[in-house]
Ligand binder design. Structure first.
Ligand SMILES: Cc1ncc(COP(=O)(O)O)c(C=O)c1O
Length: 393
């Protein structure tokens, strides 16, 4: 590893310069790469020499993105995928076998919940959920066949924070793999591998892109585990497009700066919401009222860009709030420069039963705001006028 600091690595890590001596890396929009002779081709396929072969598994733009995130997270190896869900599925698919058990946090992104509850059981892989509010649940939940602990921290959308260090120690003690979906914090704010995790993964679609343009995923971690994930992805094909990788890699150059500003803006909104009489509760990792505030302060350098609050009452209150928003976007994404308002009960988590939603902390009045980079006076004005319309219900 070179000696550069994280922010320099994010900017200066680059694919090899070509004979044209370009300053900004070009896009390698090619399906495959050529060889001088059959011996070179044989050696590349055998892994005796390192060459780009075929963009389903090796491409300079994709490798550049993986390398940046690898360095930022302090990992041994990394691999990028087509989407965040491809990163989640390649990790679970590569590392778990029939009969294995996964221990996971209860509040999870909806599609990860679907993989655990609907897809992996087809291959005899079971799971148990643990509440973030019950840290004892992790050691109590370990079974003889537990292969892996899977968590998000902060979680989406409940914004629970899970203490990484004791979980890393438990994973080491019990010889299980700790996987952290680090999407909401990004390596700019939190580096799970330094606290004992074996794998850190991302939906690069979110803050790594940061402008809502392209999809992508990244997995980084110990060399042996990433090799298994790479082999799985190489054969099953969730390849990241070189175009998307180029966009994402450029965005990584401003990730630290953007995360600092997202966090500052989100804190401002969270404090404003807490002082307002309408929301019943406000959740943001760096608000002292957050149940895991002390943990967040210890393991994150700032609170990130996602704030949630609950409106007392029914689904109607949540919908009225959404319908009253004038400037912020109503869209499924998060981590954009533009502030995004969403209502998990009627959208991302609508497929869950009411009981399941309650269990993961999604009440009918829960609103998630992914705070963007606009002038906060405009965001707060928009939220304020929407809250007034809810109060009038
Ligand atoms: C925490 C988390 N993990 C994974 C994903 C899935 O990422 P993608 O949409 O890139 O597949 C998301 C998407 O919102 C997410 O928020």
């Amino acid at each position: 590893m070179n000696e550069w600091k994280r922010q320099t690595q994010a900017i200066r890590t680059q694919a090899d310069v070509s004979s044209h001596r370009e300053h900004s890396v070009p896009m390698f929009l090619t399906s495959s790469f050529v060889f001088d002779d059959s011996e070179e081709m044989r050696a590349a396929f055998a892994g005796d020499i390192q060459r780009n072969l075929y963009s389903r598994f090796t491409n300079p733009n994709v490798a550049e993105l993986s390398e940046k995130i690898r360095l930022m997270e302090g990992a041994e190896a990394g691999h990028s995928t087509a989407t965040g869900m491809a990163a989640v599925f390649a990790t679970l698919g590569a590392l778990c076998s029939a009969g294995d058990h996964i221990l996971a946090c209860r509040s999870l992104f909806g599609a990860t919940h679907t993989i655990l509850t609907k897809i992996l059981p087809k291959w005899g892989i079971t799971h148990t959920y643990v509440d973030a509010a019950n840290p004892q649940g992790w050691s109590d939940g370990i079974q003889d066949n537990t292969r892996l602990i899977f968590i998000e921290t902060p979680t989406n959308p409940a914004v629970d924070v899970i203490d990484l260090e004791p979980l890393g120690q438990l994973a080491a003690e019990k010889d299980v793999i700790l996987v952290v979906d680090n999407c909401l914090a990004t390596p700019a704010l939190q580096r799970p591998l330094e606290l004992g995790a074996h794998i850190s993964l991302h939906s690069a679609t979110k803050y790594i892109d940061g402008q809502g343009r392209v999809m992508g995923g990244v997995v980084v971690g110990s060399g042996d585990l990433i090799q298994e994930i790479y082999d799985f992805a190489r054969a099953t094909g969730p390849a990241l497009s070189p175009f998307n990788a180029w966009v994402l890699s450029k965005s990584v150059e401003t990730l630290e700066l953007r995360m600092e500003k997202h966090s500052q803006n989100a804190m401002e909104l969270a404090q404003w919401l807490e002082s307002h009489s309408t929301p019943a509760s406000v959740r943001y990792p760096f608000l002292p009222s957050h149940p895991q505030y002390e943990i967040a302060k210890r393991q994150m350098s700032a609170g990130g860009g996602v704030v949630t609050f609950t409106l007392d009452g029914s689904l109607e209150h949540g919908k009225r709030f959404m319908d009253s928003i004038e400037m912020c976007s109503l869209t499924a994404n998060l981590g954009d420069t533009r502030s995004i308002v969403s209502h998990p009960s009627s959208t991302t988590h609508a497929k869950l039963t009411e009981e399941e939603r309650q269990a993961v902390g999604i009440t009918p009045g829960l609103i998630r705001i992914s705070v963007g980079l606009e002038d906060m006076r405009d965001v707060i004005r928009d939220v304020e006028q929407a809250l007034e319309k809810v109060t009038a219900l």
